[in-house]
Design a protein around this ligand. Structure first.
Ligand SMILES: Nc1nc2c(c(=O)[nH]1)N(C=O)[C@@H](CNc1ccc(C(=O)N[C@@H](CCC(=O)O)C(=O)O)cc1)CN2
Ligand SMILES: Nc1ncnc2c1ncn2[C@@H]1O[C@H](COP(=O)(O)OP(=O)(O)OP(=O)(O)O)[C@@H](O)[C@H]1O
Length: 222
């Protein structure tokens, strides 16, 4: 292939700038305004970020997780009488089981997210360390006890995040769909490794910002 260095480069498809428009102005529903370019970019970025996270050595991972737990405890504050949703670690996410033990020891309650139906909001079920778990969708363990709740604080694992506290997850839209139904009094703490920070996730109309993002070396407040 000939490359003409004097001609400006062109792209196979035009760059997507839809995220810079107000969807009301664009006259599109949030679903349709997520343009194909952003969708494709997110799919490849997720794969890259998950692979990068799975490659962290066990020693470094353990050190980072200990630091993340202590930063999260400081951020969460008093837990007595409060419900904090955490998650069961999956695909190299930080393992926050020690955080859940600490919350239970301090008189708080923990919950785990459950996909009850694809394309619907998550359900949160109360879970105490030691309680029975069963396999849910994608084989993620979920509480066997069907006690659902509305958390006061949501600790949301990120695949990626940006400096404006927007979250890139696994692509199901579950946290966005769920947070959209919850009262504004809830706090959302994103959590991930510092390597998961990216310049932007190209936020779309349906993306909901988190209040804080905690990593082993940073606490971003938005
Ligand atoms: N630990 C943990 N538990 C969690 C979540 C999470 O992010 N972390 N969730 C947070 O939401 C829910 C599970 N969400 C998931 C959403 C998508 C896929 C998934 O495998 N998706 C397909 C592609 C989906 C698509 O493109 O439509 C895939 O990756 O192959 C997995 C889990 C509930 N439990
Ligand atoms: N509030 C909502 N109502 C309806 N659909 C939604 C909503 N939020 C997100 N979605 C849909 O979910 C799809 C995936 O969204 P997105 O790429 O933001 O997922 P994600 O945040 O990475 O995933 P997850 O939250 O499951 O980890 C979007 O294409 C969008 O159509």
């Amino acid at each position: 292939m000939d490359i003409d260095e004097d001609t400006p480069p062109t792209f196979a498809s035009p760059p997507c700038l839809m995220h810079e428009l107000d969807p009301a102005y664009a006259g599109l529903s949030s679903d349709r305004s997520i343009c194909a370019d952003v969708r494709r970019w997110r799919t490849s970025e997720r794969a890259r970020l998950i692979a990068q996270r799975l490659a962290i050595s066990p020693d470094l991972r353990a050190a980072c997780e200990a630091e993340i737990v202590s930063r999260l405890l400081a951020e969460i504050g008093h837990v007595r009488g409060r419900v904090v949703s955490v998650y069961w670690p999956f695909r190299g996410e930080p393992d926050l089981r020690p955080l859940m033990r600490q919350i239970a020891d301090d008189g708080g309650q923990c919950a785990l997210p459950v996909v009850v139906e694809k394309g619907r909001p998550l359900e949160f079920r109360i879970w105490r360390p030691g309680d029975k778990l069963i396999r849910g969708i994608w084989n993620i363990p979920v509480p066997a006890r069907l006690v659902s709740c509305t958390p006061d604080i949501v600790v949301a694992p990120v695949v990626g995040f940006d400096p404006s506290c927007y979250r890139l997850g696994y692509g199901g839209g579950y946290y966005d769909r769920t947070l959209a139904t919850m009262a504004a009094t809830r706090r959302v703490l994103g959590v991930g490794f510092a390597q998961s920070r990216i310049r932007t996730i190209y936020p779309q109309a349906h993306d909901i910002r988190m209040d804080v993002v905690v990593t082993e070396s940073t606490t971003d407040r938005c």
